[in-house]
Design a protein around this ligand. Sequence first.
Ligand code: TA6
Length: 310
Amino acid sequence: MILTVTLNPAIDKVYQVENFSVGEVFRPSGMWATAGGKGLNVSRVCRILGEEITATGFLGGSTGQFIRSQIKELGIKDQFVEIEGETRTCIAVNDPKRGTSTEVLESGPEITKEEQQAFLKRFESLVPEMDVITASGSLPRGLDKDFYKKLVEIAGKHKKRLILDTSGEALIKGLASRPFMVKPNEDELKAIADEALTDEKEIMESALKIHRMGIPLVCVTLGKKGCIAVWEGNVYRFRHPSLQVVNTVGSGDSFVAGCATALSRGGDYYDAVLMGMACGMANTQFHETGKVSTELVEQYHRMITYTKGS
Ligand code: TA6
């Protein structure tokens, strides 16, 4: 069983607009709306892979109700805490002509101290029955930057593996409690590194440094260039053939879903990274954010190569 945490969920609206540019009026040639926010994207991908999922975090207002209806349709167990505020909407404008994706991410509602306490109590009650926990995305207003640190400590107390996918100060503080795995992308790693990372060798050294803080699995996703992974003291470079992509938004979340699924099934570090890569690749083939198919995941799984050290 996998528990996914989405503290700042969103309705993810994707607009397809050819030759998009700022300052003009466009009528999208396509529009998709899905229950999003990183943790819910992880949840959807894990469900498509056939995993039993319990999802928790904060939901409120009419947007929260839309998300709850989608969670129910997907067969995801809803353990979200109801809040006074209104859950946010995030926009992605994808331009297939220029190959660009432009995102506008609302900050999300303010969470009260009472709502936070209710969540922490529920989170601790859910953790013991889980195999793997994922905690993904930005923190909504009202939560201190060490909120993920609290979740990592609760998971550690129950000897449960927690995959942390966040950024900035929330990631730095979360690292201090040594989660099982972190998955920054290249920009997120550069933002927290002590020094400028100008090439892959320096990215690998930075990932190894985080691993040596006591994080068993460190993955740095590099988009179409694949990923760098570190476990048991060794650095690995995973690659895949280039793909014609439809929508890359949500590929990082799909990567986390693949890792969580492989680990939940008893897989090792290598299995986790391979499944993560295959899911990230599969997500790029759909307009919706955080979507894969088992056929594509299996097909891509066979196309991934890796080398040790570089
Ligand atoms: O990674 C894609 C995505 O999850 C979108 O679905 C959108 O909800 C955004 O990221 C949210 O990111 P945040 O870091 O604000 O949680």
